[in-house]
Design a protein around this ligand. Sequence first.
Ligand SMILES: NC(=O)c1ccc[n+]([C@@H]2O[C@H](COP(=O)([O-])OP(=O)(O)OC[C@H]3O[C@@H](n4cnc5c(N)ncnc54)[C@H](O)[C@@H]3O)[C@@H](O)[C@H]2O)c1
Length: 258
Amino acid sequence: MNRLQGKTAVVTGGANKIGRQAAELFLKEGANVVIVDLFRDSLEEAAGAIEQFGPIIAVQADVSQEEDVQNYVKKTVRQFGGIDVFFHNASIEGKKAPLAEQTAEDFDKVLSVNTRSVFLGLKYVIPVMRKQLSGNIVTLSSAAGFIGSPDSAPYAASEHAVAGLVKTAALETAAAGIHVNLIFASPSTGNAKIMSFLEEGVNSLHSIEGMEAAAKSTPAGRFGKSEEIAKLVLGLALNDSSSIIESPYSGDESMTAH
Ligand SMILES: NC(=O)c1ccc[n+]([C@@H]2O[C@H](COP(=O)([O-])OP(=O)(O)OC[C@H]3O[C@@H](n4cnc5c(N)ncnc54)[C@H](O)[C@@H]3O)[C@@H](O)[C@H]2O)c1
């Protein structure tokens, strides 16, 4: 469709599932794509699998480290001249255990990869977009970003904190033509880790029966698919969505047009 022809998109956590699927959709829309991830092997494998669709570079980085973030931003600008779409998707779930059994190190690690990384990404991408007077930023969070999540206190805390960062960035940049949105995704069937955790039946909330009941309680009666989340990301990345911004005043986490 070429709706992102000539644009450049950066995808963190781009080597796997949602990130990789979004990168492929961006390429098919004509964008130059930079995928950023922790492990060189999976990055190269992902880039090799989708390079047939358009120009792509892979940058190895730990998104929680400031120098690495500066490096992926610099490399993108050097290679493609700017950043039109920034999809922050990298995250970890952390240890599954009740809060009292989590260590301070467990907490710091999850907050570092999931929250510090968003702060750093926004800190270094926003100035690039300000110069362009345009840009779309999409951050992927979780339902654990607005409700509690038993056995995942660090993850829930990290995703709640991401909401504060993203809402603030949205307010600070809207007048500069930069659109910042946040998706609170529910578990999708593409998430092998979540699914295997559920299958282990760690507690009553996370048994197979609990999982089936949770799926049935959704409006569609099923969990979403990771590619459906990737398509939503694409929708927000397109300029078609330029009048959509998360309402900081709605108080109900809804998205609203302005
Ligand atoms: N899939 C789901 O069911 C679901 C549900 C709710 C929220 N989410 C959110 O969606 C996003 C992606 O989910 P997914 O299922 O594709 O996960 P995933 O684990 O397959 O992908 C995450 C990617 O982030 C990368 N990553 C982890 N730590 C990193 C670091 N320090 N530096 C750079 N890269 C790092 C991983 O290598 C991986 O490629 C996450 O933000 C997750 O919280 C997913």
